[in-house]
Unconditional design. Structure first.
Length: 289
């Protein structure tokens, strides 16, 4: 029963991992920008949810009305900066890492390095759970899984069935040729950067529902989120969701069967083996780029 609980709980947590990875994967695959500042946006989204809920008594989920537009603008501004400076793919890694460090320091200056967590009277989702027999699932992880599924489905359909989505895919293949056919690369990149920031706001709120946070928490997401991006296939929206579930299940089962300390070892060994067999990603069906 413990293994079954670990599998199902890991799958639900994998939804949060996919939500964290979605924006990073999309901007990397379509815009050739490795935006590590995305982790900083997730962190700010989590802290804004905490601040709005604790200071003004707003329901944590309702804070999305504020955080999603705010981080949409932040994500679009970041992408404007990358475009304006004509930042290359490799340089975007270095620049965005610097921006991440700045964001973490700003968060530490505002909220301090202490652990922050919403209390139960403000955040009822932290203590509520759904029980199926002997299986228990926290409401916060259920929200994360459902929200990730809806966002991924919406993004997948938008990329495949809307003009803007097809234009983004064309830009990913060859921006010069796409521009020759009248597609505004800069405008599309701003929209995608903004949407990436919006997904960071969603991920930050879901994380804040069930977890304590410090500014250093952003560093803890690196390994898992990059694992999801790589296994799912860079720029693969649906693959990101599947990879998030796989990573969550693998980490959960190893933690129960073996020990939590060995979960990263097993996870990254599996990633290496998967990439040796499928270099484009375990769940890559058709690369966006």
């Amino acid at each position: 029963m413990n293994v079954v609980q670990a599998i199902l709980s890991g799958a639900l947590i994998g939804g949060l991992y996919a939500l964290m990875a979605l924006g990073l994967s999309a901007t990397w695959g379509v815009l050739r920008i490795i935006n590590l500042a995305h982790f900083g946006l997730i962190l700010i989204g989590a802290y804004l949810t905490y601040q709005l809920s604790t200071s003004w008594g707003i329901d944590p989920l309702l804070t999305l009305v504020v955080t999603v537009p705010a981080l949409f603008v932040a994500g679009a501004c970041l992408q404007w900066l990358f475009d304006r400076l004509a930042v290359s793919e490799f340089n975007s890694l270095l620049i965005s890492f610097g921006l991440l460090i700045i964001t973490i320091q700003v968060a530490a200056n505002i909220w301090s390095a202490d652990f922050r967590r919403m209390t139960a009277d403000i955040n009822p989702y932290a203590t509520e759970s759904v029980t199926l027999g002997r299986l228990v699932f926290p409401v916060s992880t259920l929200f994360g899984f459902v929200l990730a599924g809806l966002v991924v489905l919406g993004a997948h359909l938008a990329l495949r069935r809307t003009f803007a989505g097809r234009a983004l895919r064309a830009v990913a293949q060859d921006s010069a040729v796409a521009g020759a056919f009248g597609m505004n690369h800069r405008r599309l990149s701003l929209v995608l950067g903004g949407l990436s920031g919006a997904t960071a706001a969603l991920a930050g709120t879901i994380f804040a529902l069930g977890n304590a946070m410090t500014p250093e928490t952003a560093y803890e997401w690196f390994g898992i989120v990059f694992a999801v991006v790589i296994l799912g296939g860079i720029g693969e929206v649906a693959g990101t969701f599947a990879a998030g579930i796989l990573v969550g299940v693998l980490s959960g089962v190893v933690s129960v069967v073996w020990s939590p300390a060995t979960a990263p070892f097993v996870l990254f060994t599996a990633i290496i083996l998967a990439l040796l067999l499928r270099p484009r990603g375990l769940f890559a069906l058709g690369a966006v780029r």
